[in-house]
Design a protein around this ligand. Structure first.
Ligand SMILES: [Zn+2]
Length: 80
């Protein structure tokens, strides 16, 4: 299983704690992208100055995987 890691974040522009996507989050991203994805997608869990969690998504080996930065929804209910 993937484990939490410190990775660079394109939105925070610094090295921040990242966690692997949950199965709900992974399902949401797969529907967004229209294809299946592996276990190497991580979300930034750094708390931003506005008190929101960053939630920017990246791949383990590729910081700029998405042409534009991509975030998970702030509300977990929006993952469904
Ligand atoms: Zn971030």
């Amino acid at each position: 299983m993937p484990t939490p890691k410190r990775l660079t974040c394109q939105m925070c522009r610094s090295k921040e704690p990242h966690e692997p996507l949950t199965s709900n989050e992974k399902g949401w991203l797969q529907r967004q992208l229209g294809n299946r994805i592996g276990d190497d997608y991580y979300k930034c869990v750094n708390t931003r100055p506005d008190d929101k969690v960053c939630l920017s998504i990246r791949r383990l080996s590729v910081e700029k995987h998405f042409r534009l930065t991509k975030r998970l929804p702030d509300n977990p209910d929006d993952l469904d």
